[in-house]
Write a protein that binds this ligand. Sequence first.
Ligand code: ATP
Ligand code: MG
Length: 292
Amino acid sequence: MNFHTLLDRYRVDDGKRFRLKDRDPADCAGLSIEKREAKQMLAEGVERLSKLQEVLYAQDRWSVLTIFQAMDAAGKDSAIKHVMSGINPQGCQVHAFKAPSTEELDHDFLWRTTRALPERGRIGIFNRSYYEEVLVVRVHPELLERQQLPPDLVSPRIWGHRFNAIRAHEQHLAESGCLVLKFFLHLSKEEQRRRFLDRLNDPEKLWKFSLGDVAERRHWEAYQEAYQDAIRETAAPHAPWFVVPADQKWFSRLVVMAAVVDGLESLKMTYPTVSPETRAAYEKARTELEQE
Ligand code: ATP
Ligand code: MG
């Protein structure tokens, strides 16, 4: 199986008919980590990505923004770690977005992430993003009250306004040479329960456990609805969502890796070439160095 056909199952670039319930968090596309094919695909992804990143950097025209969204314990951190394992840290910028600070709340909701957008030639990784503004804030509308918005702007219409803003923002990014790839790591409720228990039972994982995560779990259905809506409203050919089955960590890493490789390949990048004059000057330099 090649990356492109694998991705067909998980890419959403038109949200109209998207239903989260149709997606199986345990799906592995018939692959198994016990078999050679899956292991080879994982290794191949790391290698291809590292070459592509070099051209991205050398060409210095495009930037890549990858966005990771998920319920707690879905494996955002480990997916990010795996994707990064193949790339030069200098060409990569990771940002994690937690609950906003007072300064951040004093600005519009796209401000803090806009400042963190990747430069040309770089791969930016957002561990959570402006999508939290239509996810956690939608599940807990009381968070809106802390946002200091003029009261007239705070109505049920605010979610539609936010989706408009996000669509326009991502359109603008695409038209500015930023490839936007969005990942929803789709975990099942049962697998989340297992992972939480695992954290509680293993002293080396206990640090990852948080009571707040269990509190959020109680809003599972509301989150699933908010995720479905966000994907429906913002999936586009220039800013696709990948709904990545996340019950098997190795498989979610493979899909994420494949999507980044496939996205970079779609840019058809080439190393910069030099003009005939520069080439002639380089030839002179070569002769000089050779004769030293
Ligand atoms: P990990 O748990 O693996 O460290 P995490 O991304 O869950 O990673 P936490 O510090 O646990 O990090 O959680 C960050 C919290 O911040 C999440 O609950 C998230 O919903 C919340 N958050 C992020 N952005 C916003 C926002 N714009 N408004 C309100 N809450 C937000
Ligand atoms: Mg957390």
